[in-house]
Design a binder for this molecule. Sequence first.
Ligand code: B12
Ligand code: SF4
Length: 512
Amino acid sequence: MLDLATARMRSTPVPADMAIAPELPASTSNRMPRPFSALLINPFYPKDPRASYGKHVLTPTLALTSIAGATPEHWDVRYWDENLLQGPPPNDPLPHVVGISVHLTFAKRAYALARWYRSQGSTVILGGLHVLSCPDEAAPHADAIAIGDGVQLWPSILEDIERGTLQPRYDANYARPYRLDPAPRRSALPREAFLTTTSVIATRGCHNRCGFCYLATDGLHMPYRMRDVQQVVDEIAADAQPYTVFVDNNLGSRPDYLRKLCAGLRPLGIIWSAAVTIDVTDDPTLVRDMALAGCTGVFVGFESLNAGNLTDAKKRTPAPDDYARRVALLHRYGIQVNGSFVLGFDHDRADVFERTVEWIEANRLECATFHVLTPYPGTPFFRQLEAEGRILHRDWDRYDTAHVVFQPKHMSPEELDRGYAWCYDRLFSHASIWRRRPEDSRAVLAYLAMSYLYKRSNRIWHLLIKHRLTGTVWRPLIEHSRRRHLKLRTRLEHLTDDDGSPRASQCVSPGV
Ligand code: B12
Ligand code: SF4
């Protein structure tokens, strides 16, 4: 029975340092900024106790390592991610330039950091998705804002700072060929703080343009761009990690490219995961190529099991009643599925929660993430809700897909809030984990290990993050998975179309 009434109350308490941003020191004595020193900051955001804390240290954002890679040699560059729980960013010596990445969920924190560093005498540059969607809001908090692709802008910003000719605003589009970008500087990262440091991007953009997605933001024109396969392969090889996470919006938008990429990845012998749309299963031979290239898990934006919701969102996708067959195809090739589901669309009623989780269990999705439908500012969806008077507030902190920020059509905000919490409670319950175990009994142990270690060990994650042990503790497990996957590949090579039995991967897919 659906116990929505108590769902929010069962939420586990979040450790203080995961709920509240570290305190910034009182103003320091007059110090001169150290010339040619730059500090890049990923600001703090509060963690959702429903989801795994592990996802924050699975792999780093590529934004700041990419900016670090574009920094001229004569500049000293440091990286600081406040979410690694090592306190506020460093200020001794005081950096000459501070570059801060801004997403809407941590915009307030980004502005607080900007204020503090500017008060000390640093020059502050703000960039990132939220600066693109709300430039007028961001501009007063910075010496300059960067709109769009920071890799192109960063060297000229630093050059202008050197010359004393800094402009208040820099604009770049996403049209420049990808191969001209320098490689991200991963050496700037604290390697042991992440499960893997190899976050890689091979493509930019998506063949869809769903109304709720940040890709639909006004003024953001992101043509689908693909990097040279060899460049991607070299970058992965150089980081020498067993596991790679592709942070592309949709690695499968161009099946022909994905196939070539798989051919390039296969000799590396690594395992990897990526976000794709479910139409990647249109061609089973592509799924096979992905598995043979080391794909152990995919993150699939199913969004909704209701076709009306998908039509409203303008998402071009196979029909929801064909999802199950497609999930089975991925499972057949040992690819685990992490489904992403958005709750609160206009066709959703009170039964959406139970129906969604039941479907997830029936199709044995190894994992799922739930998101409260969230109108990102600057998107058509935001405008629609605003015109309908359904935006409840503009407290961006709560635009994190874990809080209800608009008036749903067929339920109250409280019902949606409780339903969302209930979905996670049920998904991570012992019963649900057990129901979703792989059909292949040989794969059950590894699946259980993954589910319990990754999803149900938030206390352990807190310790690992705090003491920078994530890499040390997880890497042997991942290496073990990689070896098992190499064996699976040998078997998959001989799998024929008539051989109908599903093959669970028998290895932990860390990204799922
Ligand atoms: C890796 C990732 C994560 C990681 C790490 C996030 C982090 N900040 O540490 C994890 C898994 C923890 C995560 C969590 C979440 N994420 Co996330 N994530 C991503 C992902 C897949 C890749 C980010 C990335 O590396 N991009 C590649 C870089 C190169 O692109 P970029 O970030 O746009 O940076 C470029 C420019 O913006 C600019 N730039 C950026 N920063 C700066 C700074 C300066 C100084 C300058 C000059 C330029 C500049 O230059 C860069 C190079 O061109 C993106 C999707 C995507 N492909 O971008 C989603 C994405 C950023 N996440 C998103 C969301 C919603 C979340 C969550 C809220 C979801 C959830 N409910 O769990 C959480 C919570 C995090 C939070 N509260 O913000 C949304 C953000 C939407 C928005 N409008 O803000 C995205 C866009 C996904 C989506 N399709 O909606 N995420
Ligand atoms: S398919 Fe996913 S990445 Fe592509 S536009 Fe839709 S939500 Fe965005």
